[in-house]
Design a binder for this molecule. Structure first.
Ligand code: S3P
Length: 431
């Protein structure tokens, strides 16, 4: 699908982005491991979270959709109620589905095979295979045990002490979930903080899980209780509208009910450090997660440095933040962001390539990118590279660039945000 976007004279409105993708995956996977019934509301409508539901159903977890608005009822099967799937499990495009489920499957005394689409089959899985093997799982992968499909024969796990080589929440969550099934305690040391939704949710379910700085300790063998989860809007989806709001010269955009968990809110900190006019209101806490409404208004941005511990806090927002940097005075540098190379696309390469087409002054660095703000972009034909975050970044670029921007492969936005193009039209409609 191709989408053409023309910059409107004004951008305005209030949007409720879809339910948070990371919290959605965890609300069903972790409740499945618990005992009882759970009501999940505002579950992400995206393709990735649909992949998680499909896999869990294949493992014998009863899940009923209650309406089209993302309400579902799930019956937890407990630590040992999963059944051997009678076919290959397909995680689609979703790294979170594959990595979190692998932790669960490593604890099961049966055989599972997990695969995904071409993009997911090219992403690194050795980071989970090595520690899961140390815990005692028999697990193999293609390409020298580094890629999916994965063949997992689990059960008989023991706790380990392990230092994560990357600040990855998918890896951490995979091991935390496996640890629930292990004999003995598991201790994980992180190089930097990554999103902690798994830890927060498991604590609410009654798990003995202790966070101490960058260390997470999990005691196994506890019976978990299901919890109802009302999922906040996804800050990674809201980020597109925040950038549109601060970069467009005549804009005021509000996103409501957005999750602002500090381990996820790096995009707000980065934009504020660039001088963005963001107003955070209606702050509250829901189910252990911080939530707020955020208003973005036309701003004079200046370049900034995005590096170190900030990177895992805004990982998925890097492409759209790079777009904002094109409208800032001075230079913005991303460093320590080599993880961007192993996302749904090599996001350093694809961001540089696509923003260059629109006239951005942007260079690739081994671990990031350097952008010199030029104050504007020029419409062009761009490619999503089958990466939802690139498709949406190009859509926002279209709202900001002079002339017309065409986004090829625009349909991939539905992986996390099926209503993205309609919401874009809504914001532009006020122009
Ligand atoms: C996610 C963690 C991040 C992020 C991904 C979702 C999660 O990946 O990029 O979109 O839900 O745990 P990594 O764990 O690979 O950094």
């Amino acid at each position: 699908m191709r989408r053409s976007v023309i910059s409107p004279s004004r951008i305005g409105g209030t949007l409720a982005p879809p339910g948070d993708k990371s919290i959605s995956h965890r609300s069903t996977i972790l409740n499945a491991v618990a005992e009882g019934e759970a009501l999940v509301t505002n579950y992400s409508p995206g393709g990735d979270c649909e992949s998680t539901l499909r896999c869990l159903r294949s493992l014998g977890v009863p899940i009923r959709r209650m309406d089209q608005e993302g309400s579902l009822v799930l019956q937890g099967v407990g630590l040992d109620g999963f059944r051997e799937p009678d076919n290959v499990l397909n995680a689609g495009n979703s790294g979170t589905t594959m990595r979190l489920l692998s932790g669960l499957l490593a604890g099961q005394p049966f055989l599972s095979i997990v695969t995904g689409d071409g993009s997911l089959r090219s992403r690194p899985m050795d980071r989970i295979i090595k520690p899961l093997r140390q815990m005692g799982a028999r697990i193999q992968g293609r390409d020298g045990d580094s890629k999916a499909p994965l063949v997992i024969r689990g059960g008989g796990l023991r706790g380990i002490e392990y230092t994560l080589p990357v600040a990855s929440a998918q890896l951490k969550s995979c091991l935390v979930i496996a640890a629930l099934f292990a004999e003995g305690e598991t201790t994980l040391h992180q190089p930097a903080a990554s999103r902690d939704h798994t830890e927060l949710m498991l604590q609410q379910m009654g798990a003995t899980l202790v966070e101490d700085g960058l260390t997470v300790k999990v005691k196994p063998g506890q019976r978990l209780r299901t919890i109802n989860v009302n999922i906040p809007a996804d800050i990674s989806s809201a980020a597109y509208w925040l950038v549109a709001g601060v970069c467009h010269p005549r804009a005021r955009v509000t996103v409501t009910n957005v999750g602002i968990n500090p381990t996820r809110a790096g995009i707000i900190d980065a934009l504020l450090s660039m001088g963005a006019r963001l107003t955070i209101t209606n702050r509250r806490s829901e189910g252990g997660e911080e939530v707020a409404d955020i208003t973005a208004e036309s701003s004079d941005l200046t370049g900034t440095e995005v590096a170190g511990d900030l990177i895992p806090r805004l990982l998925d927002e890097a492409p759209v933040l790079a777009l904002a940097a094109c409208f800032a005075r001075g230079v913005t540098v991303f460093r320590d962001a080599q993880e961007l190379r192993v996302k749904e696309s090599d996001r350093i390469k694809t961001t540089v390539q696509e923003l260059s087409r629109l006239g951005a002054d942007i260079q690739e660095l081994p671990d990031g990118m350097e952008i010199r703000g030029t104050g504007g972009l020029k419409g062009a034909v761009g490619q999503s590279h089958n990466d939802h975050r690139l498709a949406m970044t190009l859509g926002v670029a279209g709202l900001l660039a002079r002339g017309e921007t065409e986004v090829r492969g625009a349909e991939i936005a539905s992986i996390s945000y099926p209503g993205f193009w309609e919401d874009l039209d809504k914001l532009a409609g006020s122009g």
